[in-house]
Design a protein around this ligand. Structure first.
Ligand SMILES: Nc1nc2c(ncn2[C@@H]2O[C@H](COP(=O)(O)OP(=O)(O)OP(=O)(O)O)[C@@H](O)[C@H]2O)c(=O)[nH]1
Length: 320
């Protein structure tokens, strides 16, 4: 069976995650979505429904499945698979809303380290909601807020309607932490904001930015990112060697690796995700994702130049 795509929806306290999810649940396009709320005592997606009784799993009117997380996230997701097989509970995608104070990195790690998760699900991306009113303070004061931005595939900016300061400083702070994430202002494109939560949507084609690397110092942690876009194809063997070497070299300091690679003998680009030394491929991307190789590395407390060196080594293995 095709793995069910999972999107991790994160963002600091009060950034607008639940507001977005409420819109999602009201949309018929998301009727086959299971939503998991990873938040003790959460103000639920649908307050009345979620607070009703002791049920962990609630079928909403539109057909969405809404789960309140009671045990671990892995257990809840595995329960969902079991119920789908046993009770015929239908869903074809999952959105997990994390707690506003959660660092998404250990959550991602726990998921992709679980063989059951990998068998049934495919992590399809991290969407981080960024509150334009408070984000600059949040990024300055909370390492969790910085990690949420640093690990995002997509940054969704909310509350621009009431943000009093100029957007430029916020955009610079986001670029410094995560230059590769796609960015969208929710108020400017409300429908696109919802599409972003659709894990089945075609992966966006990120702008062909020039290679770069950034290190953002802070009191507690320094996050470095490096990215590279390069043409050609790689052999499986070269990719495996590079992954082994890179994992050994950086160890747990390598928080995240994201790549779309052209692999010899494979018609479609292969997607790679790595979280703290664990690398897996959720499959291939549609041809429209492009014919270049794209790789992003995000690390903690490492000189960014080392990430650039690692990307050089990968690009040097291109065969044609
Ligand atoms: N003005 C304005 N208010 C918003 C916007 N998005 C969300 N809000 C408000 O911000 C408040 C917090 O929104 P939530 O959706 O509950 O935020 P959350 O991220 O789920 O919050 P936590 O559960 O605490 O992590 C609510 O009062 C929303 O109505 C926006 O774009 N503009």
């Amino acid at each position: 069976m095709t793995p069910t795509p999972v999107v991790l929806l994160t963002g600091f306290l009060g950034s607008g995650k639940t507001t977005l999810l409420n819109r999602l649940l009201g949309s018929p396009d998301f009727a086959d979505t299971a939503v998991v709320i990873n938040e003790a005592g959460s103000v639920g997606l649908d307050h009345a429904l979620i607070e009703k009784g002791e049920e962990d799993v609630v079928m909403l009117e539109g057909g969405c499945i809404c789960c309140r997380l009671r045990g671990s996230l892995n257990r809840t997701l595995n329960d969902l698979v079991r119920r789908r097989a046993k009770d015929g509970m239908g869903f074809s995608r999952v959105v997990v809303e994390t707690s506003g104070l959660a660092d998404p990195e250990p959550i991602l790690h726990a998921l992709v380290a679980d063989p059951l998760f990998v068998r049934h699900y495919a992590m399809s991306g991290v969407v981080t909601v960024v509150d334009a009113v408070h984000a600059l303070d949040t990024l300055a004061d909370h390492v969790e807020g910085r990690m949420q931005v640093a690990l995002a595939d997509r940054l969704l900016i909310t509350k621009t309607d009431i943000a009093t300061h100029r957007r430029a400083p916020l955009e610079s702070a986001l670029t410094a932490l995560n230059p590769m994430a796609d960015r969208l202002v929710a108020a400017e494109m409300p429908d696109a904001a919802l599409v972003w939560l659709d894990p089945g949507a075609v992966p966006s084609r990120r702008p062909n930015r020039t290679p770069r690397c950034h290190a953002v110092p802070s009191d507690a942690v320094e996050i470095a990112t490096a990215s590279r876009v390069f043409p050609g194809a790689l052999s499986r063997c070269a990719i495996d060697d590079w992954l082994d070497h890179t994992s050994d070299l950086f160890g747990p300091a390598l928080l995240r690796l994201k790549g779309i690679l052209q692999v010899e003998g494979v018609a479609e680009p292969v997607v790679l995700h790595g979280v703290q030394g664990l690398v897996y491929s959720p499959g291939t991307a549609p041809r429209e994702a492009g014919r270049d190789n794209r790789m992003v590395l995000i690390a903690r407390d490492l000189p960014a130049v080392l990430l650039e060196d690692a990307l050089d080594r990968l690009a040097a293995r291109v065969v044609h």
